[in-house]
Design a protein around this ligand. Structure first.
Ligand SMILES: NC(=O)c1ccc[n+]([C@@H]2O[C@H](COP(=O)([O-])OP(=O)(O)OC[C@H]3O[C@@H](n4cnc5c(N)ncnc54)[C@H](OP(=O)(O)O)[C@@H]3O)[C@@H](O)[C@H]2O)c1
Length: 495
């Protein structure tokens, strides 16, 4: 179930926002955010709301703001049950007799006994779960802070254990490492997932908005059979792949969701992911090379490139591919010929390696320049190209310049890997950085009447190839592009 969390400061605003909440299954009213808790208004709100109301009066120390006495706090929760609240949330850290009293006199309300850890995800979650269970609540809620991707696995194991006992549980991790657990937990059986009514209205770190949950992740359609795809990287915040791929799945009504996995422990993530219903992953910074050590098979082209940016799950095995290469070549060839052209390729990371391979196949003359020149040499030697440090650009003549470094990427959008005076009039400039849409490098190149190719072209091309590897179907490229362009228009890259 999807709960819209209301964190307004007075009941007038609560009434206003209630009218706008359409997609949620229930609303959580956070009484502790209100300047004044007027019981008559609470009663009316519960009575008149067209969705079940979950009443929460969070105390300080469990992420809340209620500053009255504990007796008063519990009394208000009891009143909420009397008024017919659909759910009442009480913290496990409350007096145990108060919790028992609330459960005994709950009338038609469902009682959630909750426990929050804002510091970490302890190993012994089952101990706290079993303690809460002895109180016999309708729903156990356990929420912890993830400091590593591994913390989410502890929460998922807890959900699995509760499911085996038919115990309703709501469990997920807070924080950037735990954001995906808000969707994946729901697929695994977590009972309620919480969403804010808009940006800036969140009640906890990592909480997404109702629109993100419904339009992007299609949370109302997911179920235990929903397949998992996603991006493995660190950081992953800047990526738009979730927008493109979820648009593709949505367009064809495919029961799959694409999540962003911020991964700090790659081996552990890959191993754990095999317990999930995975169709495939995209791989980004900094794992395109390291991931190769954890795959069951690697496609010949990816082997030759020496980097993998796509994993397809095939009968329990992970097969690695490289869609960066073809994605970049298609983007370039839509604007220019490559055979015999002088190309400067900036960068010597995973993407530069894939692009160098493609340029070799297309018979271009390439010079690889990189901040760390020895890394440029390693790739150049392999493909018999020239190489050098970035400073060598001032002596280079080129028809095409490709930026495959991360310089100029959000949030450092005011930076460019190329001084404006070194931009050659009329040349072709391809910046594989896609966030921002038009990088400083491309803006400078446009001023010199160059042909520019934004990184989104490569992004969409490689996403199409990934989609086809995962689903075996031709991708709905235009629907995917449309969602991506909407995101660009709405400045989502600035989030
Ligand atoms: N459009 C797309 O579809 C697409 C696909 C893949 C990647 N990308 C983007 O391409 C960029 C590179 O990705 P990657 O996977 O190749 O990363 P990577 O393997 O980590 O390589 C990063 C490269 O950028 C260089 N670099 C980093 N910061 C720099 C700076 N401030 N000035 C100059 N050079 C700098 C590094 O140089 P050193 O070797 O000296 O560290 C290295 O060559 C990222 O922005 C990524 O988002 C776009």
């Amino acid at each position: 179930m999807l709960a819209a969390v209301i964190t307004e400061k007075n009941f007038e605003n609560v009434s206003k926002v209630l009218k706008e909440i359409k997609a949620a299954d229930l609303v959580e009213l956070r009484l502790d955010y209100l300047r004044e808790i007027e019981l008559s208004k609470l009663k009316n709100m519960i009575k008149n709301c067209n969705k079940p109301v979950m009443v929460t009066n969070r105390k300080i120390g469990e992420g809340g703001f209620f500053n009255g006495s504990e007796e008063e706090r519990i009394q208000i929760l009891k009143k909420a049950a009397d008024f017919g609240a659909g759910f009442v949330d009480i913290e496990y850290s409350s007096d145990k007799n108060s919790i028992k009293g609330l459960i005994k006199n709950k009338k038609n309300s469902k009682i959630i006994v909750s426990c929050h850890n804002f510091e970490k995800t302890p190993d012994n979650l089952n101990v706290i779960y079993n303690k809460i269970k002895t109180l016999n609540p309708d729903i156990i809620k356990i929420v912890t802070k993830a400091s590593s991707v591994k913390d989410n696995f502890k929460i998922f194991e807890l959900i699995n254990a509760a499911k085996k006992e038919n115990q309703k549980i709501t469990a997920f991790c807070m924080g950037p490492y735990g954001q995906f657990s808000r969707v994946l937990g729901a697929i695994l059986g977590s009972h309620i997932t919480y969403a804010s009514i808009g940006k800036g209205k969140e009640s906890a770190s990592g909480q997404m908005t109702i629109n993100e949950m419904t339009d992007l992740y299609r949370i109302k359609n997911i179920n235990k059979n929903t397949k998992i795809a996603g991006l493995i990287g660190n950081p992953v915040g800047h990526s738009w792949s979730h927008i493109i791929h979820n648009a593709g799945f949505g367009e064809f009504g495919i029961n799959a969701v694409y999540l962003k996995f911020r991964v700090d422990k790659l081996k552990e993530f890959v191993e754990y992911s095999k317990k999930l219903n995975v169709v495939g992953f995209s791989v980004t910074i900094p794992y395109k090379i390291r991931i190769m050590g954890y795959l069951d098979e690697i496609d010949e082209k990816a082997k030759k490139i020496g980097a993998v940016n796509t994993i397809a799950a095939r009968n329990g095995k992970y097969v690695g591919y490289n869609a960066d290469c073809d994605g970049a070549m298609l983007a370039l060839k839509s604007k220019t010929k490559l055979k015999g052209k002088n190309v400067v390729l900036l960068g010597a990371g995973g993407s530069a390696r894939a692009i160098a391979y493609g340029l070799k196949e297309e018979n271009a003359n390439v010079t690889i320049l990189n901040r760390t020149a020895r890394k440029a040499k390693a790739i150049a030697d392999k493909f018999k190209f020239d190489y050098g440090p970035l400073g060598k650009l001032k002596n280079a003549d080129y028809d095409i310049l490709i930026n495959a470094t991360s310089a100029g990427m959000h949030p450092e959008a005011d930076k460019s890997p190329v001084e404006a005076r070194l931009i050659k009039k009329g040349a072709v400039f391809f910046d594989i950085v896609f966030n921002p849409y038009k990088t400083k490098l491309l803006k400078d190149a446009e001023k010199k009447k160059c042909i520019i190719i934004p990184g989104t072209e490569m992004l969409i091309n490689q996403a199409v190839l990934q989609f086809e590897l995962w689903t075996g179907r031709a991708a709905p490229k235009e629907a995917m592009r449309e969602k991506m362009m909407d995101c660009i228009k709405n400045d989502c890259h600035k989030n």
